[in-house]
Design a protein around this ligand. Sequence first.
Ligand code: IPM
Ligand code: MG
Length: 359
Amino acid sequence: MSKILVLPGDGIGTEIIDEAIKLISAVESLFGFHCEIEQGLIGGIAVDQAGSPLPEQTVALAKQADAVLLGAVGGPKWDQLDRHLRPERGLLGIRAELGLFANLRPAILFPQLAAASTLKEEVVSGLDILIIRELTGGIYFGEPRGEKVVDGKRVGFNTMIYQEDEIARIVQAGFDAARKRGGRLCSVDKANVLDVSGLWRDVATAVGEKNPDVELSHMYVDNAAMQLVRAPKQFDVMVTGNLFGDILSDCAAMLTGSIGMLPSASLNESGAGMYEPVHGSAPDIAGTGQANPLATFLSTAMMYRHSLERADIADAIEAAVSAVLDQGLRTGDIFSDGCKKVGTLEMSGAVINALQQTD
Ligand code: IPM
Ligand code: MG
């Protein structure tokens, strides 16, 4: 039996994870695939209830689980806390504790949503790209970091640092993913300026020599940001460091119409993983019942595919999401004229219903 740890977190996190739990139990009765679900604390709610954004018990439960399903963390209530108590620290902490170095962020445009993108339909229709972001290194974790006073002035600093083996393993993850898709990998760096990127490019090139069946290209990050909004379909898989991946994946998210549609998987070397929607805790709509549960459902699909070895279940969930979009149901974030506006519960119920029909 597979063990899943759910971490609802803050804001709309609790609302969408409630729906994911319903989805998992529907999968259980439809496919006879049993999962044991535990709940844990992370983020602001963990600060409130346990005094830390990442309580030790959460780490222990996560290490025993086959997969972690996370909602979202953060909100204005905790913005004034010291940096080490901020909800975001919980997220960075669990990534580090579980060694989740490979963050997969697919940006797929469901054809039914082409009109919801801010970009012209012809630029985004058929879009299917995958951003692979290094998640446990780089400037997010580099030392030294901090703030000090130099010559009477406050100075803040971080360190962008990568070891060659860290670069090699994420770039290899990029090659492995590209091989299963369109066979093209674009490595993104800032090698014209940064030493750390010079090393990145050397290592990527060397790893490329061992993967001759995949076409490797390199691009500077500023150009990559521009190309993503100019002609995003030129990409198949992109691989990049932690900070660049953070920025580029938000950019890619908007191509698909709404960040409310995008799932993600964060994997470690043993294949265990954490799955979360790319959107955040959306404090502005928390508690109103308007949150889009689809990114969480698609993240749940990724969980079945990558950590629970049930690609068939993942396919069925994705097909059910698509079927509901065909029915014209839309939450506010993906709404367009002629569609039916629904809330979290109705959207979730419709997907579960569609899943029951497909089986
Ligand atoms: C993300 C988020 C996080 C990050 C924040 C919430 C710490 O923006 O997952 O992209 O910067 O990694
Ligand atoms: Mg981000």
